[in-house]
Design a protein around this ligand. Structure first.
Ligand code: ZN
Length: 307
């Protein structure tokens, strides 16, 4: 059986304060808060989803904000950098904007592309790069410069050649080539389609604030996901059972380089429980947590999309 992912579905990271998280991703980067819910495995904590206007797969950055969590360290077995795509010709705007917000930026290059490298308020590694896309608007940034979704991600693998083999042979991405210490892989979606593996040896990452928890790749629907689950088993991986995350279904597996991978379905998406115009405004809970809503709300620091 040949399988092919369309690209990245979402990336989930651990941060500190939820208000600071919203202030940065909504007000500075101009993403839309598309869902305010809780961590289904730990309902005393938020799970905040940001994305394009619709919360399309390939644009979704999600966060577990944990005020008390210890600081992590990005390293091997983790996503090294999350890369967002901005329209062609807009990097200069972003350099100025980020600097005006007090964010330190650095210019770097890979594969003949220019990148702006910076960190979010909690130390998460981010980059912006230009892509010929003009498919999204933003609540806070002029449309000509709005983030379009992910360009992709850089992975720090503890076993780069196994991870490369997984992306190309098992997940059906195209190998673009090697440049310096990078290996590049490409999928067919218009956003979230580029994955670079950094082969430079680095110390093992430590999970905590300012680090990515996992990266999710796309399955077309429930049936396709069951095929993926079987496919991963055939290739020697140990995927979990299917978990219902309300806005998509998920399976997880640990790859050989130490990264936690997820495969998530495109449907049903974020309009499942609130209309497009109102995404992210109310605290949404899965049905099985509704009976505990009062208790859960009391344990969360109130945050608003427009604060
Ligand atoms: Zn996930």
């Amino acid at each position: 059986m040949k399988k092919k992912t369309a690209g990245i579905h979402h990336i989930t990271a651990i941060v500190e304060n939820p208000k600071e998280n919203i202030a940065f991703y909504l007000e500075v980067l101009g993403l839309r808060l598309v869902k305010k819910t809780v961590n289904f495995d730990d309902p005393g904590t938020y799970h905040l989803y940001f994305g394009d206007r619709e919360g399309s797969p390939g644009t979704i950055m999600t966060f577990f904000p944990w005020n008390e969590a210890r600081k992590g360290r990005t390293g091997s077995g983790q996503v090294e950098t999350t890369v967002f795509a901005v329209p062609s010709g807009s990097l200069a705007f972003w350099k100025e904007r980020l600097t005006a917000f007090g964010v330190e930026v650095e210019n770097v290059g890979r594969y003949s592309e220019a990148y702006l490298r910076f960190q979010d308020p909690h130390g998460l590694h981010l980059e912006l790069t230009e892509r010929p896309l003009n498919r999204n608007s933003s609540p806070t940034v002029p449309e000509a410069y709005a983030i379009q979704g992910f360009a992709g991600a850089v992975l720090n693998s503890g076993a780069p050649h196994y991870t490369a083999d997984l992306l190309e042979q098992v997940m059906g991405m195209n190998y673009v080539g090697q440049e310096g210490t990078y290996l590049r892989f490409q999928a067919e979606a218009s956003v979230g389609n580029t994955v670079d593996i950094s082969t430079a040896p680095v110390p093992r990452g430590e999970l905590g604030t300012g680090t990515v928890h996992h990266i999710a790749f796309r399955a077309q629907d429930d049936a396709d996901q069951l095929e993926w689950q079987q496919h991963m088993k055939v290739h020697g991986y140990a995927p979990t059972e299917v978990k219902d995350r309300d806005y998509f279904k998920a399976i997880y597996f640990r790859e050989r380089g130490g990264l936690l991978f997820e495969i998530a379905t495109d449907p049903p998406g974020f309009t499942r429980d609130e209309p497009l115009e109102q995404l992210g405004q109310e605290l949404k809970l899965p049905e099985w947590l509704e009976p505990r809503r009062k208790q859960i709300e009391a344990s969360l620091e109130p945050v608003n999309a427009l604060e």
